[in-house]
Each structure stands twice: as C-alpha cells, then as structure tokens.
Ligand binder design. Sequence first.
Ligand code: SF4
Length: 144
Amino acid sequence: MNILVSACLLGVRCRYDGAEKAHPLIAALAERHTLVPVCPEQLGGLPTPRPPAERRGERVVTETGADVTEQYRRGAEEALKLCKLFDCQAAVLKERSPSCGRGQVYDGTFTGALTTGDGVTAALLAAHGIPVYGESQIPELLEA
Ligand code: SF4
C-alpha cells in the first residue's frame, strides 16, 4: 500500500534543528510499501532550521511565545492533500512532534514533559479516517 511518512524518518534533514531522524527499519518498510514523504512544518511555510514549537491547547507556540498555529494548520492541510492524491492507506509519523505526534505530544512547557494528544497533522489525518502509526509501531507494520 501507499503510506504517508514523516520525511525526517527517511533521513531528510527537515527537523526544527536541521537534523534528521532516520529510522533503522524505514528501508525495510520501503521494500514492502510505497512511501510518500511529507514534512508538514515545511509544507506550512516554516523555515529549516526553525524555533522549536509545542502544542498549547489548540494553539502551537514557540518557546518565545510566537504563535505558529496557522503554519501548522496549513502544513496539515497540505499533508492531507498529498495523502489523498497518492491514495495513502496509512501514515507513519514521528512520535511526540507537535505536527506528527500521535497519542502523546510535548505539553507546551518546553521542559520535555509529555501530555496526551496529537500533533496537528496527525489529528487531521486521523479525523479523515487515515490510520496513523508512530515509528515505534513500524515492527508491527512489517509483520502485518
Ligand atoms: Fe519530521 Fe514531522 Fe517535524 Fe517534519 S514536521 S520534521 S516530518 S516530525
């Protein structure tokens, strides 16, 4: 199947700090499925590197208090557009990210603390019926 994937998990240096987060099993996943890379924060118009941001309720803010919610929403819409265009049946997204996290995200205090919730893109994809997995679930997907 076609799977939407956080580009940083594929080794693309699109993270806020200009780094990547290549996953050791992503190549195995690519052998079995067609992966469609997206970075919602870049798609939303944010630069790389960029200030780290966290969800704070319905908003997304940087550590200095700048509100970047609109860019995060735009990035989520663009990721959903690509998901539909490529007929992706699932998404594998970077855990804990304010865009891509599913189930748990940083809590908006910039202390490393986590809270229950989804990143903006993960939430939008899930609301449109796309099963969203975190990278820790790649082994399960490989066995399926
Ligand atoms: Fe990775 Fe998603 Fe953050 Fe882009 S927005 S760097 S794909 S976690």
